[in-house]
Design a protein around this ligand. Structure first.
Ligand code: SAM
Length: 246
């Protein structure tokens, strides 16, 4: 794909999640400290967090699973560039079809691949080897914040739990919470800005392109939903959850 075909995808993002470089490195270091022998990243995108864990665990092997071939190719290229290609594979398959267990399972921003938080936490528990951990990241909703324009909020955001509700759900599913974190307001703003930058930067270069009206409409719709709708109420949890040893 070249610049005249349309905007790139996630070009300005290191992660497809509200995660800063420093926060990601701290999480990767902590996950690596437990010395997992294998890492399974479900809904991995380009698998950047998994690669950072593998960078810090020289004998561990990794598998990233996603259904987007273009993102998987970005992950494979990044692994090769960092000399990790012998230890990591990226596979195009739906998350629900994954069969194996791992010491460390990562699932960030992909609970929808299982049907939401409850189904994801239940299924993912079976993928964590007893004594291992799940690093789980996904959306939250703060019911005490009233959006300026509720009609602009994606409808399913209103069904998300708050942090306490999500941790309670994890405990009820059988996990032991080890670390409970959230994305900061800056991480959330940075995520939205970087997401929008593909379209905005492209429009700056190609205002008269036949596809510009569609790109402008999509970019403006998303920006309005974020700034007038869910900003301040939508959040993102990062839970490190243990599966108790058998
Ligand atoms: C918000 S992104 C998060 C990507 C990555 N975990 C990260 O943090 O950068 C969600 C990912 O889930 C993937 N996905 C969507 N449906 C899926 C499915 N049924 N099975 C596996 N992956 C899926 C998408 O292609 C996308 O890469």
């Amino acid at each position: 794909m070249n610049d005249l075909d349309g905007p790139g995808r996630y070009q300005y993002m290191s992660f497809n999640a509200p995660l800063s470089e420093a926060h990601a490195d701290a999480i990767a270091a902590r996950l690596a400290y437990a010395r997992p022998a294998d890492v399974l990243d479900i809904g991995c995108g380009w698998g950047e967090l998994m690669l950072r864990v593998l960078d810090r665990t020289p004998r561990a092997v990794g598998m990233g699973v996603d259904t987007d071939e273009e993102l998987l190719a970005r992950g494979s290229a990044a692994a090769a560039q960092r000399g990790l290609d012998e230890r990591v594979t990226f596979i195009n398959t739906p998350g629900v079809s994954v069969g194996q267990q791992a010491d460390l399972v990562i699932c960030v921003g992909a609970s929808h691949a299982f049907g939401g938080h409850a189904a994801a936490l239940t299924t993912l528990l079976q993928h964590v080897r007893p004594g291992g951990r799940l690093f789980y990241g996904d959306g939250l909703w703060d019911p005490t914040v009233t959006p300026k324009k509720p009609e602009l909020v994606w409808a399913d955001f209103f069904d998300l739990p708050d942090l306490a509700g999500l941790v309670d759900l994890a405990v009820a599913t059988g996990y032991l919470p080890l670390f409970t974190e959230t994305a900061s307001p800056d991480e959330l703003d940075d995520f939205e800005s970087r997401y929008l930058a593909d379209g905005a930067e492209w429009l700056l270069r190609h205002p008269g392109h036949p596809g510009a009206a569609n790109v402008r409409a999509g970019t403006e719709d998303h920006r309005r939903r974020w700034l007038h709708g869910y900003r301040g109420a939508f959040g993102f949890a990062y839970l490190t959850l243990g599966r108790p040893a058998a």
